[in-house]
Design a protein around this ligand. Structure first.
Ligand SMILES: C=C(O[C@H]1C=CC=C(C(=O)O)[C@@H]1O)C(=O)O
Length: 441
């Protein structure tokens, strides 16, 4: 089906849900058809989506508003029967830059793309629900399809999990010399007062020994990074974009907002003592605290005009399998009702992935990075008919297409950043995905 452009007349959505004996998440993802969706987030039901009942795309500076308007028109008139947990939702995301170029693995990724899955499975504690949504059809047709999908899921034979596919070749988009030069130039611009912080990234293209199984890859990421947001978004054809990100951009329920600042990084120790020492060193580091404070301060400033109250928690250390980060939880209560996409628009890109001032930082990123960021470091997530929703920042991520994968990782640069230390930090941030692609032998 052709995506709906935002200037098209809305069609009529029909959606029905039924409860299922909980099937395994990975098998469900393997069973549904493209474009597939996966969303898992701490304290939220996991969602698997298959197919697209409707697709909304937009580009340019008004892309978030356009998506919201098209989606709202569809959801407001939808004929929905089912419990709230199983309600149809739009899943998708945006490119990092509003004028996305779609180079390299991003050829099929527009500047903004959301789908209502045709088949949506929601896993909430021990319960699972399947929802079928279709456009311009009768409730009876949707109910028949729901029966067929339920039967297919119940009879689906789960294949044994595949291990990592193995990596045969690697190609860096940035050499160490080019990196040193870029970091030195960025740092001197920061020292001269032109900007305060910029996040520069690299891409790593890897050739796999065999095509990666996306459901298995995501399942392994879930075992190693259980507290991260895991996501999968796919255009109908072309690459899959997936990741396990520790960074929540924003979640909105009613008027309650949850977000946080995540910036400042160190490695994990080989022993408990070394790990603790690294965490203490991170908490005491002037450079990392400055890098972090710029993010926390900007999020507070961006939420301020929309909020009746903002609550900033204590700064602590968030430990992940391969790195540890400085982390400050930030919650707010909104003054008025808002759509989550308005908050996404206000917050993206935070200085954890862009920089400060935002425009100067984005110019440095565009002028320096020799590859297209595409959807890396951009918002991915979902929203519903009430404008509630949840978005993560798509870092610790990669595109996967057949036997090719492209991994992305970046670092925040401030006045006293050292090019070689930042290079090492980028390599650490490739690990979550690379570890699941490489074979041990
Ligand atoms: C841009 C990335 O990480 C950001 C999030 C946490 C810590 C960061 C840092 O310490 O530089 C980055 O700002 C990435 O992983 O690609």
């Amino acid at each position: 089906m052709e995506p709906l452009r935002t200037d098209e007349v809305a069609t009529h959505l029909v959606s029905r849900s039924v409860r299922l004996p909980s099937p395994p998440v990975t098998a469900s993802l393997a069973a549904v058809r493209r474009p597939r969706t996966l969303w898992t987030a701490p304290d939220e039901p996991t969602v698997v989506g298959g197919g697209a009942a409707v697709t909304v795309e937009a580009d340019g500076p008004g892309r978030l508003r356009e998506v919201r308007e098209s989606a709202s028109a569809l959801l407001e008139t939808a004929d929905v029967e089912g419990p709230t947990v199983a309600r149809p939702r739009f899943f998708g995301g945006f490119a990092f830059h509003e004028d996305a170029t779609g180079r390299g693995p991003w050829a099929d990724f527009p500047a903004a793309r959301f789908v209502v899955p045709e088949v949506q499975l929601v896993f909430d504690d021990d319960e699972a629900w399947v929802t079928v949504t279709a456009v311009d059809t009768t409730p009876e047709t949707v109910e028949d399809r729901l029966d067929a999908v339920r039967e297919m899921l119940q009879n689906f034979e789960e294949a044994p999990p595949e291990g990592p596919p193995g990596v045969s070749k690697r190609h860096r988009t940035t050499s160490i010399d080019a990196w040193r030069e870029s970091v030195e130039t960025a740092v001197s611009r920061i020292r001269s007062g032109e900007l305060r912080k910029v996040v520069l990234a690299q891409a790593l293209e890897v050739e796999l020994d065999q095509p990666a199984s996306v459901p298995d890859l995501l399942a392994r990421l879930g075992e190693t990074y259980p507290d991260c947001h895991r996501f999968l978004v796919e255009p109908a054809m072309g690459a899959s974009f997936l990741g396990a990100t520790p960074e929540r951009l924003v979640s909105l329920r009613g008027r309650e907002v949850s977000t946080g600042a995540l910036a400042g990084t160190t490695g994990r120790g080989d022993t408990d003592d070394e790990d603790e020492w690294l965490a203490e060193e991170l908490l005491a580091s002037e450079k990392d605290n400055h890098e972090h404070e710029l993010v926390a301060e900007t999020i507070r400033e961006q939420l301020d005009p929309l909020s009746a109250e903002i609550r900033v928690g204590d700064r602590g250390v968030r430990k992940l399998a391969t790195v540890q980060h400085l982390w400050t939880p930030i919650d707010a209560t909104l003054e008025h009702d808002e759509h989550v996409l308005s908050l996404v628009e206000a917050l993206h890109p935070t200085p954890a992935v862009g920089g400060l001032p935002p425009k100067a930082a984005l110019d440095v990123i565009r002028d320096t990075e020799p590859f297209d960021r595409g959807w890396y470091a951009a918002p991915v997530g979902w929203f519903d008919a009430d404008g509630d929703g949840s978005f993560a920042v798509a870092i610790r991520s990669a595109t996967v297409e057949g036997t090719m994968a492209t991994l992305f990782a970046g670092v925040g640069l401030v006045a006293d950043s050292d090019p070689d230390a930042e290079w090492d930090e980028v390599q650490l941030k490739y690990r979550p995905i690379l570890d699941e692609l490489e074979r041990d032998d």
